[in-house]
Design a protein around this ligand. Structure first.
Ligand code: MG
Length: 503
């Protein structure tokens, strides 16, 4: 890849002036990574203060009159190439948002979220929803105000969806769930009655030595040809990926000491996120279009590697060879046993523990409740009861504690409403990628069995990764996959895997 992508003089000037904003983002990213990994706990307050100051500075830099003017001028230019148009689109979205939302509101939201997060932790620990309730009420009220500042058509929730997934609307999300919820219900019933995929596997209770799984995780990443000179693996309480640059991407995992698949599959999941960042066109470095197209597209990459590659029989074969060296109880078992262990299916209460058949039910529930909260059709005080009823209706299980129900996720405490649907988008787009690869290359299972992971990576790079944020997510999906997002592929994937044996 050679030659500049950005040639128009106005857009070049924009990118040069943008570089300081990129540098601030880079510094804040590193501060964020540090907070979640190695920072002494007591450093929290000073770090929070420093980050708040830098956010204010970042907003000021974005709204410099000469910078805004330049972007405004570029919006009127004709004959820009795709990347140049992307630069202008991404920056205009940021400027527009920063101008619509008053800084006092941003400050109030940040302060509320910080307090709400602390209250959520306490409420969760004591299993007392009342501790969190007034904070969540405030968050919902602020989210509603945010929607008013941003503007929307038809429903205030549309403004919030668009924050996390450019162009996403209620009608898109409804279309997805209308298709996958009934189809997943049918698959779930069959899986539970047939029993090939176990509800529970004894290895879930099997303890392991942390050092053994550290070695396994490194070997799994070696198998995936993780570029250690441009990427790291660390430990944090909640696994995540952060990209400080195209040549500096960091993932984390955690070791719970029991049920070894959890740490391995969190590594494979985060690897999918990391690969997206690592395979971008290096000419995008330090420009506004570096990074993933959206949360949904990003999650499609992690889910593709975690579930479609990682939970296949072909991958179980490769994984077994690694595990045999480090876990005695696995060495004595068959590949099929390992495959069944990594593919347990059961209706459960906790989203993050859910398998690929039941996962989207958890998102559907949160999506419905968020919409009602934002529309003022549901009171926060009624949330625990409504949550429990809906859970029982969807999956036949009812939380006995708030921890197992309404208090399980961190998202609302941070003020994130409208975020959850992007997880399901990720699952749906991943299945669509699987179908496209099968028609253009070979079935994913075959590629994994033949060790052609480089072909898989090259396909993802060319179709999705190189572009960064050049195209809005809907356009990127259509370009890469030849059609708009289509949930039928997800249904077909579940049916092929779970109803016909061992895909
Ligand atoms: Mg993820």
């Amino acid at each position: 890849m050679t030659g500049p992508l950005i040639e128009n003089p106005v857009v070049r000037e924009i990118v040069e002036k943008y570089r300081v904003l990129w540098a601030l983002g880079h510094a804040m990213g590193l501060m964020g990574w540090d907070s979640q990994t190695y920072m002494p706990r007591a450093g929290n307050e000073e770090r929070g203060l420093a980050r708040a100051e830098l956010s204010v500075l970042s907003r000021q830099l974005l709204l410099r009159p000469e910078f805004v003017e330049l972007v405004e001028r570029a919006r009127g230019l004709e004959g820009l190439n795709d990347v140049e148009r992307g630069v202008v689109r991404v920056l205009w979205r940021e400027i527009d948002r920063a101008r619509k939302v008053p800084p006092e509101f941003v400050y109030e939201m940040a302060k509320t979220a910080q307090e709400a997060n602390m209250a959520w932790r306490e409420a969760r620990e004591k299993d007392d929803f009342e501790i969190f309730r007034p904070h969540l009420e405030k968050i919902v009220e602020l989210a509603r105000r945010l929607a008013e500042y941003l503007g929307y058509e038809e429903h205030p929730y549309n403004a919030l969806l668009d924050l996390y997934e450019e162009g996403l609307r209620i009608r898109d999300v409804d279309a997805v769930f209308d298709s996958i919820i009934p189809a997943s219900k049918r698959v779930l019933e069959r899986v539970l009655s047939e029993g090939y995929y176990p509800r529970h596997h004894p290895w879930e209770d099997e303890p392991y030595e942390r050092e053994a799984l550290e070695r396994v995780n490194r070997e799994v990443l070696d198998l995936l040809e993780y570029p250690w000179d441009r990427a790291r693996l660390d430990v944090s309480p909640h696994p995540f990926t952060i990209s400080l640059g195209v040549r500096d991407v960091r993932i984390t995992t955690r070791y719970e000491g029991v049920d070894f698949k959890r740490t391995i599959y969190s590594v494979v999941h985060e690897y999918g996120h990391a690969l997206y960042e690592l395979q971008q066109d290096e000419r995008l470095i330090a420009t506004p279009v570096v990074g993933g197209a959206s949360l949904g597209v990003h999650e499609s990459q992690s889910r593709f590697w975690e579930n479609i590659v990682g939970r296949s029989m072909a991958f179980a074969e490769r994984l077994k060879a690694i595990l045999d060296k480090h876990l005695d109880f696995v060495r004595e078992a068959s590949v099929e046993e390992l495959y069944r262990y990594v593919n347990t299916v059961r209706p459960s209460l906790i989203r993050v523990d859910a398998d690929e058949v039941t996962y989207n039910f958890h998102i559907y529930l949160r999506y419905q409740l968020e919409k009602q909260l934002i529309a003022g059709e549901l009171k926060v005080a009624d949330l625990p009861e409504v949550w429990a009823d809906m859970m029982e209706k969807l999956l036949g299980v009812r939380p006995r504690t708030h921890r197992e129900g309404v208090l399980q996720d961190i998202h609302w405490s941070y003020g994130s409403i409208g975020y959850f649907p992007t997880y399901t988008l990720g699952n749906v787009i991943a299945a669509q990628i699987r179908a496209r690869i099968a028609s253009e290359l070979a079935p994913v299972e075959e590629l994994v069995r033949e060790g052609r992971l480089a072909d898989l990576r090259a396909w993802l790079r060319e179709k999705i990764h190189v572009h960064g944020k050049t195209y809005p997510p809907k356009e990127l999906v259509e370009r890469a996959l030849g059609e708009p997002m289509n949930p039928e592929y997800f249904n077909r994937y579940l049916e092929e895997k779970y109803l016909r044996g061992k895909a």
